[in-house]
Design a protein around this ligand. Structure first.
Ligand SMILES: *Cc1c(COP(=O)(O)O)cnc(C)c1O
Length: 224
């Protein structure tokens, strides 16, 4: 077995069958900078969902990826690049501002599509990260849920990079509480995407049902 295959099997071995809410946990392979060979190895080892950060990479690799995985977008999306993803992206996880939701709605409607999205939550209120703050999230949900041709499937959380486990746990629980509160209004939420290689265990314990892992599967990234 090669390394990526071993890493995938190891992760599935460590992943609990469900989170404490009884929900199965979906693994999204965060594939930025990875070769199509590496991605295809992960898929052949059992990965069913891949997430890209860059539109260019999403497009370049699209046809070379085998096994028909679900394709998610998890990076910052400029409105003028939506057209390249329309009809090809199964879940837009990183809807981080109203202008993006509005444009995605408009372009989806024009194409006769319904686009599935998650609202991105900037749980640590960090200036360097996009997404709705806890305070903004409810009114943003009110607006986005009325837009045509979009379906909100839940939330995607950006947590701070920190060793402060108690802070992370508090923010992850707060995000789960927000997810439950909004879903009382919605009823159709499926995904709370929260947790990366360094913190996915903690996040699943706090109610995440979708994790996005890159380093755990592929090893350290090499940026050119
Ligand atoms: C890169 C990335 C990940 C995965 O990061 P790792 O620490 O390598 O697991 C998850 N989510 C987003 C949005 C990313 O950009």
């Amino acid at each position: 077995m090669n390394t990526i295959c071993e890493n995938v099997k190891k992760l599935f071995g460590e992943l609990p069958e469900t989170n404490p809410f009884g929900e199965p946990v979906t693994v999204v392979a965060a594939v930025k900078t990875q070769s199509t060979e590496a991605i295809n190895e992960a898929i052949s080892a059992g990965i069913r969902v891949i997430g890209d950060n860059h539109v260019q990479e999403f497009r370049d690799k699209y046809d070379a990826i085998v096994g028909n995985p679900q394709r998610h977008f998890i990076g910052h999306l400029q409105t003028n690049k939506i057209k390249y993803l329309l009809g090809k992206c199964d879940l837009y996880q990183s809807v981080d501002r109203l202008a993006l939701a509005e444009e995605l709605s408009k372009k989806s409607q024009a194409k006769g599509l319904t686009s599935k999205i998650l609202m991105q939550i900037n749980a640590g209120n960090e200036e360097t990260k996009g997404g709705f703050s806890f305070d903004e999230a409810e009114s943003a949900y009110g607006i986005i849920s009325k837009l045509p041709s979009l379906k909100i499937s839940g939330l995607m959380a950006m947590l701070p990079f920190t060793d402060d486990v108690e802070l992370l746990r508090a923010l992850a629980k707060k995000t789960r509480a927000l997810y439950d509160k909004l879903n009382e209004r919605d009823g159709n939420f499926r995904y709370l995407s929260m947790g990366m290689s360094g913190d996915w265990k903690l996040c699943v314990e706090c109610g995440s049902n979708m994790i996005r892992v890159g380093t755990t599967l592929f090893g350290p990234r090499h940026y050119d």
